[in-house]
Design a protein around this ligand. Structure first.
Ligand code: BDP
Length: 643
């Protein structure tokens, strides 16, 4: 059996209140570590030692306490890059499909000054590790965390000071096992028939359509803060006429009283507002609002909110702040009181070799492709993406629907109390991490759960209410399939997000059904709920290089034809209540192996290597023409001549 340690350490009592006073189960903030005059950051990306625990119980590492000594002293170790999924790094098939605990280790030289000064906090932060992680420093457990897509951290200064001369040995054990109580859920299935299966054979089943990549997916950092430090900042923004408002709240840890200086600076470094209070409203005259890409000539305008703790010691943290508002009516999605139409994509964190590991060349390439495509938005299907990606969205004005890993919830057991409690904690963690990103305009609590099941009603009511209480400033949605009649969550959401695959999963090859079925879908949903609707997924697989005319399934022509048939209906309905269209998917991505997947899902308009299929050029023409009709094309653009 694969064991996953108890989760008592990370679950706590839940409570709910408005964002500026939000009190939740989580202790402390989770501000992205940034260097400042009072803070240093040491990134531990590179090669780590690695071993998968292939013992039948998968528990040998715990039984033999591998964390107590150097990993190389307890058995063979291989090189493993961090950040990266481990699955595709070696030629070992059993590691690609491994289920259970893997062990990472790295020795770090910690600057002496970090330790000599008792007043310095030293924190270890893991950007994300999938799925369950336990962290030891010099053999002492410092933290554990459930969930694969959000950061966690621990203060380790006191521990390191016990023996300042020895190097800091960091051991991280990561278990990718999914159970009915994890998010996303899964099940382990054992096969005991020795006439068919080898001894101890078991598999991981799950009901979501992407490969369960595992390992340390985002950078591990050591960073310092002074003893008294800025622990969290919440900035909520609005504006009226030409005046912007930044309603902020600072939380300080390590001191009972604090003297502060809060300054808001514009892009050129000029102070536009300031205060000495822990919370308040900063007023910005002649405000530069944060606008989405292709909606304004100067998108992604960010101010800098510098929070300077002056006493009992100095600490400086600077948060980028975009001033904008988000509102939803029964037919519109408004950003800065102007109708916003999502013409964007769904993505995955996924690429050759590194799997879900954070990769800067890939991130920058993807942003260049998004801009080339004329996309103004994406949804973080089906889990929270790296903070580094959200920072890029803030700077480039790419609007984000921020989704939690609530995908593949299909078993009734996964609607139970344990699952719900964990799901609420994940939303706490997600909102805590992403609340200050102007690019994030909506929370998505789940994708295509089995919403027809009896407990789904209470589950979603609680989940959505909880999320709205955590952040009353953003709308909340969850992503549903097209069957409105059985849906349980829709009454509670602000925007209906619906996925459909007409002429793909049904009526295969019959493109002519799309206009009828799509029209019916929209009319049914709007008729029942009178809420704005986003087509949150639609598309078709295309194997690059396969062609046929008339179009046949899996060819580039068929993918294009599906899109065209959808677009005709979008163009009618976007004049009424449809507020967005997000193609499934931006790029081909890896899935579990199966007879409907030819080395992964091929619904990308780009290949996994980010080369365009015919649909990419087709969609590009549409998105730029939509931008021309609904937004303001940037002065630098050569559209339409460059198409
Ligand atoms: C949708 C799911 C998405 C899948 C897609 C597909 O939300 O995760 O990848 O179907 O089948 O229903 O391509």
């Amino acid at each position: 059996m694969v064991s996953v340690p108890g989760r008592a350490g990370v679950l706590g009592a839940l409570c709910v209140s408005a964002m500026m006073n939000a009190v939740c189960a989580l202790s402390g903030g989770m501000l992205l570590p940034r260097e400042s005059p009072s803070r240093e950051v040491k990134e531990l990306s590179g090669l780590w030692g690695f071993r998968a625990d292939k013992s039948p119980s998968r528990n040998l590492g715990f039984e033999r306490a591998w964390y107590k000594r150097r990993l190389a002293e307890t058995g063979p170790v291989i090189d493993m890059p961090v950040p990266a999924s481990y699955n595709d790094i070696t030629q070992d098939h059993s590691l690609r499909d491994f289920i259970g605990w893997v062990w990472y280790e790295r020795e770090v030289v910690v600057p002496a000054r970090w330790l000599s000064d008792e007043g310095t906090r030293v924190v270890i932060r893991v950007g994300s590790a999938h799925y369950y992680s336990v962290v030891w420093v010099n053999g002492v457990k410092v933290t554990e965390h459930a969930g694969g897509h959000l950061p966690f951290e621990a203060e380790i200064g006191a521990l390191l000071r016990k023996d300042p001369t020895s190097p800091c040995r960091i051991t991280i054990a990561v278990n990718n096992t999914l159970t009915l109580e994890t998010l996303p859920p899964g099940t382990i299935q054992h096969f005991d028939d020795h006439t068919k299966y080898p001894d101890g054979f078991f598999v991981q089943n799950y009901s979501f359509d992407f490969f369960n990549y595992a390992g340390i997916h985002r950078p591990v950092l050591l960073y310092t803060t002074p003893k008294a430090y800025v622990d969290d900042i919440t900035a909520v923004t609005d504006f009226s006429d030409n005046t912007g408002f930044v309603n902020y709240k600072v939380s300080v840890q390590g001191a009972t009283t604090a003297t502060l200086k809060v300054t808001l600076q514009d892009r050129d470094g000029h102070c536009v507002a300031s205060s000495n209070e822990l919370s308040g409203v900063l007023k910005v005259v002649d405000v530069n609002l944060w606008w989405p890409y292709l909606m304004h000539d100067n998108p992604g305008y960010l101010y800098s909110l510098e929070v300077r703790l002056m006493a009992p010691n100095e600490d400086v943290y600077t948060l980028p702040v975009g001033i904008r508002s988000v509102k939803v009516t029964s037919t519109q999605f408004l950003i800065n009181n102007k109708p916003f139409y999502f013409h964007g994509v769904n993505k995955h964190e996924d690429a050759d070799i590194r799997g879900k590991g954070l990769d800067w060349p890939l991130i920058v390439k993807d942003f260049n492709l998004l801009k080339w495509l004329g996309a103004n938005s994406f949804r973080t299907s089906h889990y929270p993406y790296a903070e580094e990606i959200l920072q890029m969205c803030d700077r480039h004005g790419i609007v984000v629907i921020d989704e939690c890993p609530g995908v593949g919830i299909k078993d009734i057991y996964s609607f139970g109390n344990a699952s719900l409690t964990h799901h609420l904690v994940v939303m706490d963690e997600l909102v805590r991490r992403d609340k200050n990103h102007p690019s994030v305009v909506m929370w998505s609590v789940a994708n295509e759960p089995a919403a027809e099941m009896h407990p789904a009603d209470l589950y979603f009511k609680t989940l959505i209410k909880h999320t709205k209480a955590l952040d009353p400033t953003r709308p909340v949605t969850y992503i549903t399939d097209s069957n409105y009649a059985r849906d349980k969550g829709a009454p509670y959401v602000d925007v209906i997000c619906v996925n459909s695959y007409f002429s793909w999963y049904h009526d295969q090859g019959h493109l002519e059904v799309i206009p009828i079925q799509l029209n019916t879908q929209f009319e049914n949903w709007y008729g029942k709920y009178q809420k704005p609707i986003i087509q949150s997924e639609y598309g078709a697989d295309a194997v690059p290089g396969l062609h046929s005319d008339p179009p046949m399934m899996f060819t580039e022509e068929y993918q294009k034809a599906v899109l065209k048939n959808y677009h005709d209906v979008f163009d009618q309905k976007r004049k009424q209540y449809v507020v967005g269209e997000l193609i499934w998917n931006f790029a081909d991505f890896m899935t579990t192996q199966g007879i409907t997947r030819v080395v992964g899902n091929k619904k990308g308009i780009f290949t996994r290597q980010r080369q365009p299929k015919a649909a990419a050029f087709f969609l590009r023409e549409r998105y730029w023409s939509l931008a021309n009709q609904t937004g303001i094309l940037p002065t630098w653009t050569k559209y339409p001549c460059s198409l």
